[in-house]
Design a protein around this ligand. Structure first.
Ligand SMILES: CC(C)(COP(=O)(O)OP(=O)(O)OC[C@H]1O[C@@H](n2cnc3c(N)ncnc32)[C@H](O)[C@@H]1OP(=O)(O)O)[C@@H](O)C(=O)NCCC(=O)NCCS
Length: 429
């Protein structure tokens, strides 16, 4: 990526992040901070973040660095440091002293085992914000467990309510445990930065646990759990029977909101030829008329009857939609103010005009292996976002630059550290 121009006039300009995160949950969080203008120093073991190699593609006979890494680490600089060497620890400590935030998503106890419990970090820099993602947080019965996305979805409530009751609990294709926790952590870091500014420059610990974050995103399912009143009340908007249940069932494509909704097939009936539509109460008469029924059809017009007869209701809607493709249905229903959208495949996402307009599927230029695409910044600040998405850094690409400009090492120091194996593993003879 060459000389990455650290933004000077963005929302988080002036904030420097020591980014020890790896895999997905942490890097997605630090990438958001980078896209808001923070100077993010990606701190890797000399072997590199494992995702540099994981799920990599081979193109024209050449193995490339993975899209996994490239899509989660843009607008960052990379330094490799062997934390298990004395010289590496010297570099690490200089970085701790010169950063505002340190982030990690190591397994339980890793930083402490490396000799850096939080108290030690705070001793080195009292203004440091120590931000960490763990599967289950620092304390409690599960604190020592490692976690990956599906485990967080299983233990945060999402799997039990996704899919159908005829099949097994199902994971969502949205990575709510990894990327979702990253978003939560970024919020905590921004709040801690604000607090530090207004409270004499003191830092604090910020922790986001994956199980907690998934549960937070399952909040409305816990709302429904309480509405069951211990098995004495039903959930009339659910299509499966709920009376007598003491847990919220899987309800396939039911909307889960105050208005019923479903995924409806359209022609030509391929795997993604569906629209999702919501029968928002005020527009139901319009919808009934459009599909050829009386606007006051007593089976479907009153909400209680519509909930009770929802399977039949969606059959009528399908009879209408089967004559059109999903884009035609979407255009027609939206023109009638009926909430409706096509199910977009990954391929259609890459060609979606609106997402391109929103800079959400973005070409990243300048990577030595060639240009690639990434998902853009989903939060837009009128004054705060970086102007451009820069490619992910090469492994250790900025070792010298960061050592000198951030840590303040001289040429001689840098040479000494290099020769002592600070940036490599094992140390060079
Ligand atoms: C994701 C996860 C399961 C991976 O587990 P893992 O591959 O065993 O990695 P860990 O984070 O536990 O350990 C990293 C090791 O690398 C070492 N390491 C990390 N950075 C290093 C560096 N710069 N120099 C030398 N060693 C380093 C650590 O010391 C540790 O070694 P240890 O086991 O001897 O203590 C685990 O990190 C985890 O549970 N993270 C929290 C939850 C999470 O974020 N999960 C989602 C990931 S998308």
């Amino acid at each position: 990526m060459g000389n990455y121009p650290i933004p000077t006039n963005k929302a988080l300009s002036g904030v420097r992040v020591l980014d020890m995160t790896h895999v997905q949950a942490g890097p997605t969080s630090s990438q958001l901070l980078a896209w808001l203008g923070a100077d993010v120093v990606k701190f890797e073991a000399p072997t590199g973040d494992i995702t540099r190699q994981q799920l990599a593609v081979t193109r024209n006979g050449k193995r490339e660095e993975s899209f996994y890494f490239k899509m989660l680490n843009s607008n960052k600089r990379s330094i490799t440091v062997n934390m298990k060497s004395k010289a590496g620890q010297e570099v690490f400590e200089q970085l701790v002293k010169n950063c505002d935030v340190i982030m990690d998503n190591f397994g339980p106890g890793v930083l402490t085992r490396l000799g850096y419990p939080n108290e030690k970090l705070q001793e080195l820099n009292k203004g440091l914000i120590i931000a960490s993602i763990k599967g289950f947080g620092a304390s409690g019965p599960y604190a020592s467990y490692k976690a990956y996305e599906p485990i967080a979805q299983a233990m945060g409530g999402a799997m039990a309510v996704t899919g159908s009751m005829e099949g097994p609990p199902t994971i969502s294709g949205a990575f709510i445990g990894d990327s979702g926790t990253g978003v939560h952590l970024a919020l905590g870091i921004c709040a801690a930065l604000y607090h530090r500014t207004h409270n004499g420059g003191i830092g604090q610990e910020v922790e986001a646990a994956m199980q907690d974050s998934v549960l937070n995103l399952c909040r409305v399912k816990m709302r429904d759990h309480q509405r069951l009143l211990g098995g004495t009340a039903g959930l009339s908007e659910y299509s499966p029977p709920t009376m007598g249940l003491t847990y919220v069932p899987r309800a396939l494509n039911d909307s889960g909101g105050g208005h019923i909704g479903s995924a409806i097939p359209c022609k030509p009936f391929g795997p993604n030829d569906y629209v999702y539509m919501v029968a928002q109460a005020p527009i139901v008469p319009v919808l009934l008329k459009e599909i050829g029924l009386a606007p006051d059809d007593e089976r479907f017009a009153p909400a209680a009857a519509r909930n009770k007869n929802q399977v039949e209701f969606w059959k009528y809607v399908s009879e209408y939609t089967k004559n059109y493709d999903k884009f035609e249905v979407t255009a027609r229903f939206n023109s009638l103010d009926i909430p409706c959208g096509p199910v977009l495949s990954t391929d259609e996402i890459t060609r979606d005009e609106h997402l391109a307009h929103r800079e959400m599927w973005v070409k990243v230029e300048g990577h030595p292996e060639g240009d690639y695409y990434t998902v853009g910044m989903p939060v837009k600040l009128s004054l705060g976002n970086v102007d451009k998405i820069f490619p992910s850094p090469g492994l250790g690409e900025h070792n010298e630059e960061i050592s000198k400009s951030v840590c303040g090492f001289s040429d001689a120091d840098y040479k000494r550290l290099q020769e002592s194996g600070a940036f490599t593993s094992p140390p060079k003879k």
